[in-house]
Design a protein around this ligand. Structure first.
Ligand SMILES: O=P(O)(O)OC[C@H]1O[C@](O)(COP(=O)(O)O)[C@@H](O)[C@@H]1O
Ligand SMILES: [Mg+2]
Ligand SMILES: [Mg+2]
Length: 348
């Protein structure tokens, strides 16, 4: 009897390209014997909010949702209207679902305590990443990290629940609103990518078990800040140029990360005079991408050590970030850690 060519791979149904996100979440839940379905539902809530934000980003140019909102956030950055809209959409989805007890958002000064003591999870979120690219139709994103609370369910949320190192994440991901819209996430069993089919309103598995190439030829850094870099960074970028690596920088972390995840490469945002601790935020940018890249075989460092082992001290703390193909991050770390006294060559 001839087997149907359309029969998905029974041995690994979850990984058959074309599986819907919903079905994938259901199938993967069986990987966690004690799973109660709350994390699965939380991932679905995030996917739903992503669909709504996707619709808003797609028509940003048509409606009056482009441009500045007229307020600054706790980082002192001017909020874009879409930053605020995305924040509201994700806040609603996360609070309605009932699984979340507290939220940390780039657009909120303080922790949002949902007074939902039955909520098991804490979410840290960058509702709209790449804000400087919103009005010019360049890819932007959303980044999220999920932790299980440390204090017992039913008790008030404490700092201990919110200030957890990245190695405590139970899930993390991003949405990329680009030429196509994708959701890429991990629950600690590999990194998988789903592409949104708007006409069907569904995310479909398109990139199962993503593996970041061990090495690459792409480096992503804002070279306009070169004069603010330490010598080790200058020397690393110089070495990339000498080897004719390609310089690619979109200015949206999610988009730069996604390209390098698939093609091989390194994204660098070092400390600068303006941002001595780097620009990117540990809790809702660096930790999520570090979990994803490690689950795909890559690396994420602050120049001195593993991003995921950093103990957070403040909600919006920043960190230098070197992330991507493992061999490239290791090499960048070597350049960064050569004591200035031993460095000869480049000086400006
Ligand atoms: O303009 P710069 O200094 O190169 O910074 C660009 C970086 O800042 C960010 O826009 C910061 O994120 P937000 O847009 O969420 O604030 C990253 O997406 C991007 O990689
Ligand atoms: Mg961001
Ligand atoms: Mg943002």
């Amino acid at each position: 009897m001839k087997t149907s060519p359309y029969q998905p791979d029974q041995t690994n149904l979850a990984y058959s390209v074309g599986v819907t996100l919903d079905r994938f979440i259901k199938l993967k839940q069986s990987d966690f014997p004690f799973a109660s379905g709350e994390l699965s539902q939380l991932l679905r809530d995030i996917a739903l909010a992503a669909k709504i934000v996707n619709r808003e980003t797609n028509r940003a140019g048509l409606s009056n949702i482009g441009g500045a909102f007229g307020q600054t956030n706790v980082q002192g950055e001017e909020q874009q209207k879409l930053d605020v809209i995305a924040n509201i959409r994700f806040m609603r989805a996360l609070s309605k679902g009932g699984e979340v007890c507290a939220i940390v958002s780039e657009e909120e000064d303080e922790v949002i305590d949902l007074q939902n003591n039955s909520g098991k999870y804490v979410v840290a979120i960058d509702p709209l990443d790449g804000s400087s690219n919103i009005d010019v139709n360049i890819s932007i994103g959303t980044i999220f990290s999920i932790y299980r609370r440390k204090t017992p369910v039913g008790s008030p949320v404490t700092t201990e629940d919110v200030m957890q190192p990245g190695n405590q994440q139970v899930a993390a991901g991003y949405v990329l609103y680009g030429s196509s819209t994708m959701l890429v996430y991990t629950t600690g069993c590999g990194t998988n990518g789903f592409t949104y089919e708007a006409s069907l309103g569904e995310f479909f598995l398109s990139h199962p078990s993503i593996q970041a190439p061990k090495d690459g030829l792409i480096y992503s850094i804002n070279e306009g800040l070169e004069y603010e870099w330490q010598t080790g960074i200058k020397n690393y970028v110089r070495a990339c140029k000498e080897r004719k690596f390609q310089s690619r920088y979109i200015g949206s972390l999610v988009a730069d990360f996604h390209r390098n995840l698939l093609k091989g490469g390194i994204y660098l945002y070092p400390s600068t005079l303006k941002n001595p601790n780097g620009k990117l935020r540990l809790l809702y940018e660096a930790n999520a991408l570090a979990f994803l890249i490690e689950q795909a075989g890559g690396k994420a460092s602050d120049g001195g050590g593993r991003i995921l082992d950093i103990q957070p001290e403040s909600l919006h703390q920043r960190t230098p970030l070197f992330i991507g193909s493992s061999a490239m991050v290791e090499e960048a770390e070597q350049f960064i850690n050569i004591p200035e006294s031993q460095i000869t060559g480049i000086s400006h």
